[in-house]
Design a protein around this ligand. Structure first.
Ligand SMILES: [Zn+2]
Length: 358
């Protein structure tokens, strides 16, 4: 383990001290983007998906292969989720077979029928085996329209599980001192401010390196749930990182940053690239979106973004991507993904200046 930790390019104690955007490298790859390309976008960290790695490759195999850093040749930060969000939503919606109980969840993976058990302790074991740098403890997440009584239950379980996970991390692995890994908890409570406050304050008593906003960051209209985000930010310590999980749009990242959040991730950045929604500082509108499929770009020889230093903008035109996307050319999709990733890294660098102007 020590060999791989030495490969980390950045100081683990600096994680989340300044704002950071982490693209989604679900199973060890950001879609259509090589690790070298990812480095070229100045990306400092990625999020990996514990559930996908558990059921597709398996944490034992990853550990045998030297952990995720070595596996994907990545020397930036790796943050892993707990696996809970996907499992619980798949079980609650009956898409997967299995059940949730007071200690976690048991479920059957549809790929090969293997039965898995996810508990506060096993989630930590899996994330350690993957050699993630920033762990997230298992929480009890519910649907966006959770009732008051279910939200109360979810907060109680989230607190018990957070306590167990932290305890397991300390006792079995020696905590940060031995592992040089950070551990973060998830604040639940749905749309009930008092429950969010209770959950945040109790988690702070247990003590974590970071606090993640759990549940849904946007409402049914796609609007950021600012009040809830604010309550959680106000009730967690200023010197710990705050992770606004899944906040996607550039302007929403800026809003959340203003509320005190500094760690961000979204699958949108590369998914949008694949569907032809690119981001450009040349666009005057508030969301900076440039829809490359639009016929106006058919013969447009300007770059996607005249201020961007990525491979796509330095070497190709809007017309190129417009015409390549018609046949879904893989290398063009790859370049557009690189561009969007670079845009998000530039955005995340800029937001502290924008904050000062606001
Ligand atoms: Zn670019």
């Amino acid at each position: 383990m020590s060999k791989i930790i030495e490969k980390l390019k950045y100081n683990i104690e600096d994680f989340g001290k300044t704002q950071i955007f982490l693209p989604d490298a679900t199973r060890g790859a950001v879609r259509f983007v090589t690790t070298e390309q990812l480095k070229s976008t100045q990306t400092k960290g990625v999020v990996i998906n514990t559930l996908h790695l558990l059921i597709n490759i398996g944490p034992e195999k990853i550990m045998e292969l030297g952990g995720m850093h070595r596996f994907m040749n990545w020397d930036g930060y790796i943050l892993s989720d707990s696996g809970g969000f996907q499992v619980f939503s798949l079980l609650h919606s009956k898409k997967w077979q299995g059940k949730v109980d007071k200690d976690g969840a048991t479920f059957r993976a549809p790929i090969d029928g293997t039965v898995h058990r996810l508990t506060p302790e096993s989630s930590i074991d899996i994330q350690i085996a993957l050699d993630s740098d920033v762990l997230v403890v298992l929480d009890d997440c519910r649907s966006a329209d959770v009732t008051r009584s279910d939200a109360e239950l979810s907060v109680d379980r989230t607190l018990q599980w957070a306590y167990r996970a932290k305890n397991h991390f300390e006792k079995k692995y020696g905590g940060f001192a031995k592992t040089k890994k950070l551990i973060s908890a998830v604040v639940q409570g749905g749309s009930y401010d008092d429950l969010r406050i209770k959950c945040a304050q109790e988690l702070v008593k247990i003590g974590f390196d970071g606090y993640n906003f759990g549940g849904f960051v946007v409402d049914e209209k796609g609007e950021l749930v600012k009040d809830q985000l604010n309550v959680v930010a106000e009730n967690t310590p200023a010197d710990r990182f705050k992770y606004a999980m899944g906040i996607g749009k550039p302007e929403d990242i800026l809003e959340a940053y203003r509320l005190g959040y500094n760690v961000f991730d979204t699958v949108l950045v590369t998914r949008n690239a694949r569907h032809g929604t690119l981001y450009s500082f040349d666009k005057e509108d508030e969301n900076y979106a440039l829809r490359i499929k639009n016929s106006r770009y058919n013969k447009d020889l300007s770059p996607i973004d005249s201020t961007c230093d990525c491979d796509a903008c330095k070497n190709y035109s809007r017309a190129y991507f417009h015409n390549m996307l018609k046949s879904n050319e893989a290398s063009a999709v790859s370049l557009m993904s690189v561009h969007n990733l670079r845009f998000y890294q530039r955005w995340i660098e800029k937001i502290s200046e924008m904050e000062m102007k606001a």
